[in-house]
Design a protein around this ligand. Sequence first.
Ligand code: 6R9
Length: 577
Amino acid sequence: MRPRVIRQALRAESDPGGGAEAFSWAQVGRDLGIRPGGPVNMAYLAVDRHADSELADKPAFRFLAENRSPHDLSYRELARLTDRFGNALKSLGVQPGDSIFVLCGRRCELYVAVLGALKIGAIVSPLFPAFGPEPIRNRMAQAAGKVLVTTASAYLRKVEPIRGELPSLRHVVLVDDAGGGVVPETHGWEHLLHAASDVPALVATTAGDPALLHFTSGTTGMPKGALHVHAAILTHYATARIALDLRPDDLFWCTADPGWVTGMSYGILAPLAVGATCIVDEAEFDAARWVAILESEGVNVWYTAPTAIRMLMKAGPTLFAGHAFAALRFIASVGEPLNPEAVWWSMETFRLPIHDTWWQTETGGIMVANAAADDIRPGAMGRPVPGIAAHVVRHRAGEPVTVIETPETVGELALESGWPSMFGAYLGQPERYRECFAGNLYLSGDLVRRDADGYFWFVGRSDDVIKTAGHLIGPFEVESALMEHPAVAEAGVIGKPDALAGEVIKAFVALKHDVVPSDALRSELLAHARRRLGAAVAPKEIAFVECLPHTRSGKILRRLLKARELGLSEGDSSTLE
Ligand code: 6R9
């Protein structure tokens, strides 16, 4: 029989201030050297602060190329490069509050661009490299992106054809164009940096100034831009220490791409704020490669996702035989439910449990965790981290939101608002922002239950958004792209359960009355969606249907499509909305 609880030895380092009671955001600010009312800048706190300390010559990043050869970049070098890039942006006319987008793989220039732009008070918005032109256009248009940092091939394939639709986009910087000017109407990275001064570029931003813009998907409408302020780094720093047990002498590997919120908050800001060294693997997932990195790089703390863990489990025990992970001290995951089997597998494979953590784009940082000093309940997301108060609430349309005190009752996870990394707006959508709150409670949209010991257990989403391989995808964005095809009358998109990816995107398509369904048409639609949306967002499966089910108000009943897909009873659809 497997125990319900994995006991953890309490470590002094992961218990800041001697216990949860002593925790305060003011103290976190003091730990970071922030003066009350003084300037707060994420890039200063993550980079420059260390560049003048005993950490100056320590690697901030270790980039691993395709052939796994390492390239280290010290805090001092990072400070200088980000100054150069910040000054280059200034010379292009970029002002505090302007939006800078990044669209490229995990390479040194991406990290320099993000931190350099933050230094001068610009708002950074990352795009996932596997996005197609449609998600790129949509996001950049919403935020009036002024500068795009990308690669020549991504620009030519995905951006150049739609540049006319992006009137705000003034400058495109190509990270792989050493000479500069090879592609018309773009700047070359090397050329731009070479011409820029390396005097300090820092702009004295304040705690409440906007810093990051992360697009996230809802059930209806196009993705929303969740805006985060410079003070968010207090959450990044505190949770890295408490929930990830991260310390300055650690080699840390966050496997998420900075195109998503995890890769930005914990792949860049949190570990640098702590003063650790981050591994950046420039290659895509490969089970044997990951084992080699964990072992030979000597990773101490590893933050990854359940999909990746399932892929490693699938690779089988022979992959791990004969390997020792002597340096590995702490493993955590985020993004999807982590099933207990994965925790037990980790105990056998690494002699360490996986610490599940829960958070969202909107929360900006870890909110609920099996923290380093806590016992682990395999299958549970953990307990609220210090500084965060979480509740289970009853939240039904037309009724007031009420807090549920009885343990083991399913309700929506709600957080008392006001933590430093809480999103401050959905860009240009104040109404949708207001709808996320009831009084001082932020409503997460996730259904959970809390046990008698205060551990939260994930039950499901209260809406139709899809989590595929840890990435949040809005069905509306996929449906819209499909409906642009001349053969399609209507499309309904759901997440179909999948053993590896958690869910895969499946589309149900009703064709126009004179169109005959065929395998050739299915392939054409899949290719159309892939071209428009990119591999990360396009459906993997398409089924043709006569017509789609609707609510009385005419919305597609995705829940019914899902119930049919799962072979469940459709219930009484008249009660649905
Ligand atoms: C960081 C991130 C947020 C949604 C969230 C929930 C799901 C995240 C989870 C989890 C079960 C966990 N989610 N952590 N579900 N257990 N530990 O993933 O942000 O992309 O905005 O997704 O992901 O449904 O609401 P984001």
